[in-house]
Design a protein around this ligand. Structure first.
Ligand SMILES: *Cc1c(COP(=O)(O)O)cnc(C)c1O
Length: 435
């Protein structure tokens, strides 16, 4: 078997047997052009493709790999778990340990239910919220992604509070009609909606650190306003911490902002690279779930022993290594190096902890997706490919964030900034070109 040169055939077969050649659309390089990567293995902060390229990885599997690829202790824990059986269809020890650990780390959390993806977590949290409140309407924010849940695949139209229109074919208008879409960063719009139909609203769901449509850090006052409005009107506040949970701080955005949601959704980091999601809240609310209550929720592979072992080991290492200080340090190193090396006014770094985003427009970074300049974002493709040619892998879309992990060193970040600086045409070159 030849180790190299299998890539073309793999690509062809991927395209032939899988729609778009991928199992998740962002993996196809639609936004930047070119062929999607086929990966042979990951090592620390590197990905090695099947055609032998070694890439410095700032995607980190889109967030889960806070320790980088193939951390030896995670690999050992998963291997050990696998040898004892891959699934029991019953509770396992690591599952109880992980539930206890998560509840100890996240503000106000008393119980969690494990699922197998972030999508399942948000979908189930909404059902629980509706079941517990006896109300139907849910509120989301334009630009926040909560997985591919039917009722949440809804984007904002114009106007303040709009009725949801589906963002995807296959989502009936009737499903979306119970979803209200609000703009981020806008207290008045939220207040108006609650005045109009506060007694019908089961829940407000938000990414407290919106990181799926650029990185759009919100003002704490805005999040506090949502906390107050939901509490006043008997609706639940759901934090979707699938990205921010256990990455931004031990207690995620809830700890960072000092705001406790009624329900929180997790995924990504808590699975340490295996398929895990979870949602939780206080015991009284969680008692609405079957088998205790009348809100049904289930999963054949939920709490899977391999996944629990990976998640538990990952969180314990993050705690042991005081990872949150280290990740913040790496993030601020990136910020400082970027500020020193990048002189292009239309490229701004937005950074929160170990999350970063390249905003390709002049002026203050946006806090709402409607303020992102789509034409400016078209400059991203050439930048992405210049970096890829230099052996650096950023997400293949200008709307996706980058991730740092404990496997990254300062020197890796320096390499990223140097490559960015080299890839940007100088102002003189740009003027030359536009002539
Ligand atoms: C990734 C993500 C999800 C969906 O998680 P999956 O595991 O991909 O289903 C939900 N919410 C947020 C904020 C995410 O970033």
């Amino acid at each position: 078997m030849s180790p190299v040169a299998t890539d073309a055939t793999l690509q062809d077969r991927a395209q032939r047997f899988m729609p778009g050649g991928v199992s998740s659309p962002v993996r196809a390089f639609r936004a930047v052009g070119g062929e999607p990567l086929v990966i042979d293995r990951g090592e620390g902060c590197h990905l090695i493709t099947t055609d032998g390229r070694r890439l410095l990885d700032f995607v980190c599997s889109w967030g889960p790999l806070a320790l980088g690829h193939a951390h030896p202790e995670v690999v050992a824990a998963v291997t050990d778990a696998a040898a004892r059986g891959t699934s029991y269809g019953a509770t396992c020890g690591a599952e109880v340990d992980l539930a206890e650990l998560i509840c100890g780390m996240y503000p106000g959390l008393e119980q969690v239910r494990f699922v197998s993806s972030g999508t399942e977590a948000t979908m189930s949290a909404l059902r629980l919220a509706r079941g517990a409140t006896g109300r139907d309407v849910v509120v989301k924010f334009a630009g926040c992604y909560h997985g591919h849940v039917d009722q949440l695949l809804v984007a904002a139209g114009s106007g303040l509070a709009t009725f949801g229109t589906p963002d995807s074919a296959g989502v009936p208008e009737a499903f979306a009609s119970l979803t209200r879409v609000l703009p981020l960063d806008d207290e008045a719009a939220a207040e108006e909606l609650f005045r109009a139909e506060g007694d019908r609203i089961a829940a407000v769901i938000i990414e407290p650190v919106p990181a799926n449509n650029g990185l759009l850090p919100q003002r704490p006052e805005f999040l506090r306003c949502l906390r107050r409005l939901t509490a006043t009107h008997g609706a639940l506040l759901i934090f979707d911490e699938v990205i921010s949970g256990f990455r931004l701080a031990p207690g995620g955005a809830a700890e960072h902002y000092g705001i406790e949601p009624d329900l929180a959704c997790f995924g990504k980091v808590i699975g340490g690279g295996l398929p895990v999601g979870a949602f939780g809240g206080d015991a009284e609310l969680m008692a609405h779930l079957a088998p205790l209550g009348d809100v049904y929720q289930a999963g054949t592979l939920s709490g899977n022993p391999l996944a629990m072992a990976a998640g538990l080991t990952t969180l314990r290492i993050l705690q042991r290594e005081e990872a949150w200080h280290r990740l913040e340090h790496l993030g601020s190193h990136l910020e400082a190096r970027f500020a020193a090396a990048i002189r292009d006014e239309s490229l701004t770094l937005v950074r929160m902890g170990s999350l970063f985003w390249l905003s390709l427009q002049l002026g203050e970074p946006p806090r709402r997706p409607s303020l992102i300049d789509a034409e400016a974002a078209e400059r991203y493709g050439p930048l992405f490919h210049a970096l890829l040619d230099a052996g650096i892998y950023l997400a293949p879309s200008s709307y996706e964030v980058g991730f740092l992990s404990l496997a990254h060193q300062e020197s890796d970040i320096d390499r990223l900034v140097d490559a960015l600086a080299a890839a940007l045409p100088t102002a003189a070159e740009r003027t030359e070109r536009s002539r």
